[in-house]
Ligand binder design. Structure first.
Ligand SMILES: [Ca+2]
Ligand SMILES: [Ca+2]
Length: 429
């Protein structure tokens, strides 16, 4: 049995966010939140932070008049710190078409994007979604393979009337996988040749997996296996968690979670699509539960949750759950309308609330601020310079990660050789 953890949610955002649904981390940089059809970058992710920078405002391009439409996804290129490229997923102004576009940060100003830098993907994008306003998907994440993954909804209404989920010739009800580093002529992406329906194989080249209903939020487990965990929102009976693999069919609209879709199969008997894959877990709409918000596998170093548990929530009840080896345990019951989760560079998990909150999951009481100690703190260097190494120690439950020394160390040196001293940058997360 999983040990039940005492947890609290620590409110981080004192600034007002309008209906946030995204939390993403830029490598070596601050976290970013989507709010309305804008992206903001807090000056620092600290409890009570009150200053923000408007990173990007694409309100004029986005159709967000309906409950499920808007700026829905954001992903930073794995080499963002070098190339400044990032990607957004939104329903476009004219007809709600599912749009993926690239933007660039402003050269020289890491906290402001260039709003005129939009590059549309072309080819099969935007995806036609004019018939209904719901089930737009919207999550985007870069995978361990460097490809951009995007989740699309089934096109809306209820019970997927056109059967888009099972139709491998449309991009609705899918997990897509795109190569954004290899344009295809005027088309701003290409499909990896390893996608299951690539080239002459029947089916759309962009598809990675299918049979989804509305894979609202998904994430990769950074714990070594990089498994893709998808929270696929159900219809009227079951919310499900899938581990999605190349070419997998996750059953919708025939299956809803573990069962035959009651709308089409009121008897409870059906023939699942050949080779279709059941979720690793599903739950019913009992006790007011209504819609899964997929989260992250916890891989932080602060023991906020047991290592390797999948953390997710139900939107209606505010319950945050942990799932491990098929055992589902309530972590904390909140009053939040949880729209999304986020993960920082150290693996800590954040909770995004529709009413404008960003919380960090933490133990109760929260641990003391982390201390980071460098040893040695100074060293003599010859005039020609040389290499050296340092040891960084932390208090027990504090993780750290650094991809560039400028993030965590201050190095004072004397031209011409002599003593140099090292100071660790302030780090309190
Ligand atoms: Ca094909
Ligand atoms: Ca399914």
């Amino acid at each position: 049995m999983c040990k039940k953890n005492r947890l609290t949610v620590l409110c981080l955002a004192a600034f007002l966010l309008a209906c946030p649904v995204i939390f993403q981390t830029r490598a070596n940089s601050a976290q970013d939140y989507q709010t309305g059809d804008k992206v903001i970058a807090p000056a620092a992710v600290q409890p009570g932070a009150s200053t923000t920078t408007l990173f990007l405002d694409i309100s004029s391009r986005v159709l967000s008049v309906d409950n499920e439409r808007g700026l829905l996804g954001l992903a930073f290129h794995p080499q963002y710190s070098i190339n400044g490229r990032f990607f957004v997923y939104y329903t476009r102004q004219t007809d709600g078409g599912l749009t993926i576009a690239e933007y660039h940060v402003t050269p020289g100003d890491p906290n402001v994007a260039d709003p005129n830098s939009e590059i549309l993907f072309g080819a099969n994008f935007p995806i036609n979604h004019s018939a209904n306003t719901n089930h737009n998907g919207g999550c985007m994440q870069f995978g361990p393979d460097g490809y951009l993954y995007a989740g699309t909804g089934d096109g809306g209404s209820a019970d997927d009337p056109p059967n888009n989920g099972q139709n491998i010739n449309v991009l609705l009800g899918k997990i897509l996988r795109l190569d954004v580093d290899t344009p295809n002529g005027a088309i701003h992406y290409s499909s990896p040749p390893t996608n299951p329906f690539f080239g002459s194989t029947p089916g759309a080249d962009e598809i990675y997996a299918y049979g989804m209903r509305n894979p609202w939020r998904f994430s990769f487990d950074r714990g070594g296996t990089w498994q893709l965990y998808v929270g696929d929102v159900g219809q009227n009976t079951r919310e499900e968690i899938d581990i999605v693999t190349l070419g997998g069919n996750y059953g919708w609209r025939v299956m809803e979670g573990m069962i035959c879709n009651p709308f089409y199969f009121p008897s409870g008997v059906c023939t699942p699509p050949t080779g279709s894959i059941l979720p690793i877990f599903d739950y019913t709409h009992s006790a007011g539960r209504c819609s899964i918000t997929g989260g992250y596998v916890y891989r932080g170093a602060r023991a906020t949750a047991p290592a390797g548990v999948y953390v997710y929530a139900d939107y209606c009840t505010g319950e945050i759950w942990q799932l491990q080896s098929g055992v589902n345990t309530l972590m904390i019951d909140t009053s939040r309308l949880i729209t999304s989760f986020g993960e920082d560079e150290a693996g800590e998990v954040y909770v995004v609330g529709q009413n404008g909150t960003i919380d960090r999951l933490t133990t109760n009481p929260p641990p003391s601020p982390c201390l980071y100690m460098i040893s040695p703190t100074s060293r003599l260097f010859p005039a020609a310079g040389t290499e050296g190494s340092l040891t960084l120690a932390t208090t027990t439950d504090c993780g750290w990660i650094a991809a560039a020394n400028v993030d965590w160390i201050t190095f004072s040196a004397n031209a011409g050789g002599g003593p140099a001293s090292f100071l660790s940058a302030y780090l309190t997360i």
